[in-house]
Design a protein around this ligand. Structure first.
Ligand SMILES: Nc1nc2c(c(=O)[nH]1)N[C@H]1C(S)=C(S)[C@@H](COP(=O)(O)OP(=O)(O)OC[C@H]3O[C@@H](n4cnc5c(=O)[nH]c(N)nc54)[C@H](O)[C@@H]3O)O[C@H]1N2
Ligand SMILES: Nc1nc2c(c(=O)[nH]1)N[C@H]1C(S)=C(S)[C@@H](COP(=O)(O)OP(=O)(O)OC[C@H]3O[C@@H](n4cnc5c(=O)[nH]c(N)nc54)[C@H](O)[C@@H]3O)O[C@H]1N2
Ligand SMILES: [Mo]
Length: 760
């Protein structure tokens, strides 16, 4: 761990800092040469899909796409460190419960299937076939299929996701929660309601034609570094970039491209955003409402601010929306957004002068109580100027995990559409469960209340990623069996049910071979609905590792038999899985041929041709009132409470902590920090560098605390603080969720700060 230090970061994002950091990660993974080889194959036509993020690949992928994020993800997976049965013999589960997230995953790749022994408090080796039998026995012993929960993280490829949902549904349940429930659920719900398709409508090419690009609640410098290059190119050709972010994120402000030699040599600092606004947490709906107000007012005068032809032909609900906007007073807009009317007018001017606008967003919009309404308001703004279904314009929810969008396409969803179930029934001649299953928050409730007794996690770190950590852990511990299909050790493995298994699997960079030695292909779908193949190139981390598909089909075979599905055929050749997918899921005809084309293929999104499969067949304006008060307004009157957003540092991938630096925010060697505005520090009597404990809402009797966070003075709007996830998940009540999305409100958490006993 490097020395603890807080300082101001003056350099542009990416640039030399990123190169230095990359060198460090390659060296520390202890497998330098093979890593470099792996990197050269990353996101290339014949390589493997980067496990980093879901940003699209350029059309002509001949040049090596450099990305710090990708380097970290790959070196983390190709590390030479190993977690063997001997390791588990040395360390009890109770001992490892005292380790932090970095230390757990830094032990290296899991190598052997392990079963928890409560008597010794150690994980002990188990044979693969015994593990499969054990899971099957537990599943068969349940009183009903809804007692099982099948969780998926967006790292899972299309083939394993399809098999996983098929196993769950043939078993009889739609209990298929996923990381999307905590991530872009609100985007899907809002887009589905407004436009009839729960996915973004832009392609990477659209960024080359946009005249303005707005980003809301997103930190691409850290979380989607390849997007920075796209934004930079757009800025270079005169496209206006407008950022709405509660924090001044370095990557959005300035950026030096490692692929441009001159810029690197001069440490040039090209501006990325032309305009940068810092709304208060949860204040974006008000900001966008204000922009719409400016558009309507201008149109009343000129008759040209709106795209009347588009609105008449393709939308409904304008009159109600117009009335709602007119009824929203500027005072409410300014108070809720924390932005001045003049700033909102300035942003609206950019929007009005652009003939093609893309709006991007991520967790800063999706993890609030009013996220669905906010994203529908963003769509309203796009509709006003016909910015959907034309080149250079559209919606761009920037996804997180590399295949989170694909997993949903494959049917990982607790509320499947009836047509999807019909297609499964037609293909397998077996009735499918129709009742909705549980999402992540409801899965925790079901386990906590004894309604669910078996948990299987396909990738991910459920116990750590989910809100209300103490409640979530209590829930998992009550299960008869917990199973985690994983590449690395994490906290979820330590939160054991009465019986518990860790099943290690191949990572995406590794070769997965058929019985005859030829390599298998897997597929993924990116944020822009491009489906492409991925094949690992590395020797597996251990000869004992098997693929996710192998694990899932072995379990399925034991539980369901081979009458309906020939599971052995699925695992023998993933082409067979893709044939099943082609039969069931629209858009996948000829899957096996099309995915072998150099850049794969695009899944048609009807929005692109201005088709809106909503209830009315039109794109729908939504006329919701602004929330009466968002959290920062509610807490204003309560002394020493702040609204906390929980976000990612530069050195982490969700619950995977690569290191303790957050380069662009000037934090070194530590993660237990809370960023607080100067005025709030004065009001609360806090000094920079002193330690506070964070206390969440405990009004329901549940203790919610996170101890010893160092106060860092930071340029964040008054009343709004920030700290890293997942350390702050114990503070978020399970019931604090978004309306219609049921996503934990990770970006508006009520917290009280008290000086730490330890170091006060
Ligand atoms: N290196 C790295 N890459 C990743 C990940 C990672 O952990 N590490 N995670 C992946 C995943 S799963 C996801 S979902 C994405 C996440 O990508 P992001 O959404 O960029 O991730 P967060 O760190 O949660 O950042 C939220 C951003 O929104 C801003 N924000 C918070 N609340 C508000 C608000 O109310 N209004 C506005 N306007 N801004 C707000 C914050 O200041 C912050 O810049 O990244 C993916 N890529
Ligand atoms: N407070 C707060 N909570 C949040 C968020 C937030 O912003 N704030 N963000 C939410 C978001 S956006 C998301 S997406 C979720 C993330 O939730 P998850 O997706 O559940 O969590 P990850 O940290 O991505 O999972 C990491 C683990 O995945 C396993 N893994 C990695 N690669 C592979 C693979 O190829 N195969 C298999 N089988 N396993 C693999 C490793 O064992 C690793 O320990 O967290 C959510 N939770
Ligand atoms: Mo995510």
């Amino acid at each position: 761990m490097s020395k603890e230090r807080i300082h101001e970061y003056h350099h542009p994002a990416a640039g030399w800092g990123a190169l230095k950091s990359v060198g460090k990660f390659i060296a520390e993974s202890r497998a330098p040469l093979s890593n470099v080889r792996a990197l050269l194959k990353l996101n290339q036509p014949d390589g493997f899909d980067c496990p980093g993020c879901a940003w699209g690949d350029p059309e002509h992928g001949s040049s090596f796409e450099f990305c710090e994020n990708g380097v970290k993800a790959v070196t983390w997976e190709t590390t030479a460190k190993r977690v063997t049965p001997r390791f588990f013999k040395r360390h009890s589960v109770s001992e490892m419960m005292g380790w932090d997230d970095f230390r757990l995953e830094d032990q290296g790749r899991l190598t052997a299937p392990m079963r928890y022994n409560a008597a010794t408090d150690h994980y002990e080796p188990i044979e693969w076939h015994e593990a499969f039998d054990l899971i099957a026995d537990h599943m068969k012993a349940l009183e009903g299929p809804n007692e099982a929960v099948f969780y998926t993280s967006g790292k899972a490829c299309n083939e394993s996701a399809y098999v996983f949902q098929l196993l769950a549904r043939l078993f009889g349940t739609n209990n298929l929660p996923d990381c999307s429930n905590m991530c872009h659920e609100a985007s899907g719900a809002a887009l589905e309601a407004s436009l009839g398709v729960g996915k973004g409508s832009v392609l990477l090419e659209d960024f080359e034609e946009a005249e303005a690009i707005f980003t809301f609640g997103q930190n691409p410098g850290t979380n989607h570094p390849r997007m920075l290059g796209t934004l930079r190119e757009a800025a270079d050709r005169g496209c206006e970039i407008v950022a709405f972010n509660t924090l001044k994120e370095r990557g959005l402000e300035r950026f030096a491209d490692p692929q441009r030699k001159l810029e690197m040599a001069t440490n040039g600092s090209g501006r990325v955003s032309t305009f940068y606004y810092c709304p208060k947490l949860g204040g974006d709906m008000a900001a966008v409402r204000g922009m719409a107000k400016v558009l309507f007012e201008r149109d009343d005068v000129t008759g040209e601010a709106l795209d009347h032809a588009f609105i008449a032909r393709h939308t409904d609900g304008l009159a109600a929306y117009r009335a709602e906007v007119a009824a929203t007073p500027w005072a409410a807009i300014e108070d809720q957004s924390g932005l001045a009317r003049s700033e909102i007018i300035e942003a609206a001017e950019v929007y009005m002068r652009s003939n093609a606008t893309i709006i991007c967003w991520a967790m800063g919009l999706t993890q609030h109580e009013h996220s669905v309404a906010t994203i529908r308001e963003v769509v309203n703004l796009l509709l006003l100027k016909g910015n959907i279904g034309k080149p250079g314009a559209g919606t761009c929810p920037v996804r997180g995990h590399s295949n989170v969008q694909g997993d949903r396409t494959m049917g990982i969803y607790e509320k499947p559409a009836p047509e999807f179930l019909d297609a499964l029934e037609a293909a397998y001649h077996t009735p499918m469960p129709r009742a909705h299953g549980v999402d992540t928050v409801n899965a925790v409730r079901a386990m906590d209340e004894g309604r669910a007794k078996l948990f299987i996690g396909l990738a991910g770190n459920f116990a750590r990623a989910t809100s209300d950590s103490a409640v979530c852990e209590r829930a998992l511990k009550q299960c008869n069996l917990t199973v985690h299909i994983s590449t690395k050790l994490n906290r979820s493995h330590l939160v054991t049910g009465q019986d518990a298994l860790i099943l290690p699997c191949l990572g995406r960079v590794e070769v997965d071979r058929k019985a005859d030695g030829t390599p298998q292909l897997i597929t993924v779908e990116d944020s822009m609905s491009m489906v492409h193949g991925s094949a690992g190139i590395h020797k597996p981390a251990a000869s004992t590792l098997v693929s996710e598909v192998e694990i899932l089909t072995q379990v399925a075979e034991r539980v369901l038999g081979n009458d309906v599905v020939d599971w052995a055929a699925l695992r023998a050749d993933y082409d067979v899985i893709r044939e099943h997918i082609a039969r069931v899921i629209p858009g996948f005809d000829g899957f096996n041929e099309r995915v072998r084309a150099p850049r794969g293929f695009w899944l048609d999104n009807p929005n692109v041709s201005r088709t809106f499969p909503t209830e009315t067949g039109q794109a729908r304006f939504s006329a919701a009132a602004l929330p009466a008060e968002v959290l920062h307004q509610k807490l204003r009157a309560r002394s020493n409470w702040l609204t906390l957003q929980t976000l990612r540092s530069h050195d982490q991938y969700n619950t995977t902590v690569y290191g303790y630096n957050d380069r662009y925010r000037g934090v070194e060697g530590q993660r237990q920090v809370i960023f607080v505005n100067s005025e709030d520090m004065a009001r609360l009597g806090l000094e920079a560098g002193e330690f506070v404990d964070l206390i969440g809402d405990e009004s329901d009797g549940q203790t919610r605390r996170a101890a010893a966070f160092k106060v860092v003075r930071y340029d964040t709007p008054a009343g709004c603080a920030a700290a890293y996830y997942p350390e702050t998940n114990p503070l978020i009540p399970l019931d604090s969720v978004g309306i219609e999305s049921n996503t934990p409100n990770s970006k508006s958490v009520a917290v009280r700060l008290v000086k730490s006993q330890r170091l006060a």
